[in-house]
Design a binder for this molecule. Structure first.
Ligand code: DQA
Length: 143
């Protein structure tokens, strides 16, 4: 089983970026912990990050035929990007939407996601553990 983890804008700044919302772990640290978990589960992981909307669209498109599912934290593009939503819908790979913070407890503009309707599930509010929970849930769905 192969799962691609896609991270969007500003998630490369984790560790220094608003730690009250996003914690103190860096993206490479989150990746290492997730890989350890994936190894235990016998899941192969890919891990990519981009600050650019079109690049995220391309990365999602390129997952087709290579990966069985996607874990997607599209950052702020969650709330704005129809292009990323269309890419998820186009590849039809089971995708879990992830957020470190509880977006529903924050500003109103974070309450709406363009992605949720085309994802198999959404996990938010558990910090870096949101990725681990998404991995468990997605791997179970893909069995
Ligand atoms: C985020 C939540 C988004 O609203 C925000 O723009 C991010 C990170 C999260 O992981 O909590 O960049 O996706």
């Amino acid at each position: 089983m192969k799962i691609l983890v896609v991270n969007g804008p500003n998630l490369n700044m984790l560790g220094v970026r608003e730690p009250a919302h996003y914690g103190t772990q860096t993206l490479p640290e989150i990746e290492a912990a997730l890989r350890a978990q994936a190894d235990e589960m016998g899941v192969e992981l890919g891990f990519v990050q981009s600050n650019i909307e079109g690049e995220l669209v391309t990365l999602i498109q390129q997952a087709l035929g290579v990966y069985d599912g996607i874990i997607l934290n599209a950052g702020a593009y969650t709330h704005t990007s129809i292009a990323i939503r269309d890419a998820v819908a186009a590849v039809k790979l089971p995708t879990v939407e992830v957020h470190l913070s509880n977006v529903f407890g924050r500003e109103e503009f974070r309450h709406h996601s363009h992605l949720s309707a085309v994802c198999v599930g959404c996990i938010c509010g558990f910090g870096a553990d949101s990725y681990k929970l998404a991995l468990i849930g997605l791997a179970d769905k893909l069995k």
